[in-house]
Design a protein around this ligand. Structure first.
Ligand code: NAD
Ligand code: DAU
Length: 379
């Protein structure tokens, strides 16, 4: 029996991680700690909420006293920390709350874990203590779009793994790259990564960090590109493409990220960093066209009928041009591989949102927020 604290478990990626751990490890007690901001939604976890090894606690990660008491009361021996403000556009409007949650919240958790574990690397039962910090590839900044002379991108190239894949440039994010964040969101995430490393190097706190590329899949809040556009295509609303749609992102199906987190939690080396990504680069405008064709087909419309919804709008300030993760270290050292091809993942994702219009309507109307405010108003 061990007790695991997962922060941000009511959010997009967190809900997939909670589901995986609750179902796969009945011998673990899984505590989902979440403040339930606009992005947190307990409906994401309906299928596990009654399981005996699952518990939900509504709390802010910045509440150092509350976290410390919870760790003592529940004898927490492992933490997977996902709670964060996660949307770049919001960070441009409101950088302070990003610094508060992503930096100060992470620091509050680190300090609580340091004091409670008090230098011990293992519990009396021999389980290892671990503070696992979930981070993003955006801390590395942005890469250039390059291509060999006479060859149109994407072109076939080899990362350090030796495997061929399609890319929009000859450089990749590796674990050794220096941090160069550009947005308030990525600056706050970078800062939190630095604090995690500092707690390992200064106090010997057993930590591990992973930096992952763009995730997609069910339960993502529809302010992010893929769910926003699926919803808009369905309702024949304009699709706001930032700039010329030439930015490149590296997409990973969320359940593949959750499987990587499971692997790193159990087998990752203390003090290490691992990049997670599926070598799956897409130019935004190309991805959007695939999405339109897929959604049109699933809705029984002529494929491509909704291409005219594409609307070019003012670019995001400081918009990073290209992200491309090199996950060779994780693949080589821990044997992780992404399981889904992108077209398959996009089809699965589009189908899920179209079949779960109630979920989308709830999160876009704010009904669920009012519901949970009332439910927890006496706490
Ligand atoms: P999300 O916005 O969907 O969910 C964040 C969750 O954190 C929500 O449930 C929210 O209620 C909770 N939360 C926010 N502030 C809190 C606070 N102060 N105290 C407690 N809970 C709080 O985010 P996501 O996309 O699932 O991302 C999860 C983590 O993974 C983040 O740390 C993010 O930086 C990282 N990440 C995300 C991606 C991606 O593509 N979405 C990729 C790489 C890394
Ligand atoms: O790389 C990992 C990161 O991926 C995570 O750390 C972040 O939490 C996550 O939000 C995501 O960041 P992005 O900014 O890349 O994701 P987003 O879905 O907001 O945008 C994807 C691309 O699409 C980006 O180039 C901006 C563009 N875009 C986005 C929106 C919402 C548009 O063109 N129009 C839009 O309306």
């Amino acid at each position: 029996m061990r007790t695991l604290l997962i922060t941000g478990g009511a959010g997009f990626i967190g809900s997939h991680v909670v589901r995986l751990f609750v179902n796969k490890y009945p011998q673990y007690k899984v505590i989902n700690l979440d403040k339930l901001t606009y992005a947190g939604n307990l409906a994401n976890l309906k299928d596990v909420e009654d399981k005996a090894n699952y518990k939900f606690v509504r709390m802010d990660i910045c509440d150092f006293e509350g976290i410390s008491k919870l760790m003592r009361d529940e004898q927490v021996d492992g933490i997977i920390h996902l709670a964060a403000e996660s949307h770049v556009d919001r960070s441009i409007k409101d950088p302070l709350s990003f610094a508060q949650t992503n930096v100060m919240g992470t620091l509050s958790l680190l300090q609580a874990a340091k004091l409670y574990w008090n230098g011990k690397l293992k519990t009396e039962n021999g389980e290892r203590h671990l503070f696992y910090h979930i981070s993003t590839d955006e801390v590395y900044g942005a890469l250039e779009l390059t291509h060999p002379e006479g060859v149109e991108p994407p072109f076939s190239t080899k990362a350090s793994s030796g495997k061929h894949h399609l890319a929009y440039g000859d450089k990749f994010f590796t674990e050794e790259l220096k941090y160069q964040p550009h947005s308030p969101y990525s600056a706050a995430k970078a800062s939190s990564d630095h604090f995690v490393r500092a707690f390992h190097d200064t106090y010997g706190l057993p930590t591990v960090i992973t930096n992952c590329s763009n995730n997609y899949g069910p339960y993502q809040f529809p302010e992010k590109l893929i769910p926003l556009f699926i919803n808009n295509i369905r309702h024949r609303k304009p699709l706001p493409v930032y700039g010329k749609g030439e930015n490149v992102r590296d997409w990973l199906y969320v359940e593949d990220h959750a499987r990587a987190i499971d692997l790193v939690f159990h087998e990752g080396m203390i003090g290490e960093t691992y990049n997670i990504g599926g070598f799956n680069e897409w130019k935004n405008i190309d991805l959007i066209k695939v999405l339109i064709h897929t959604v049109d087909r699933l809705l029984g419309r002529p494929e491509g009928a909704d291409l005219d919804l594409i609307t070019y709008v003012t670019d995001r300030a400081g918009h990073d041009l290209r992200y491309a993760i090199d996950s060779t270290k994780l693949q080589r050292e821990l044997g992780w591989e992404p399981s889904l091809q992108f077209e398959e993942g996009i089809e699965k994702t589009a189908r899920w949102y179209l079949e779960n219009q109630d979920w989308l309507d709830n999160v876009t109307s704010g009904d669920y927020l009012r519901y949970y405010e009332e439910m927890y108003s006496d706490r």
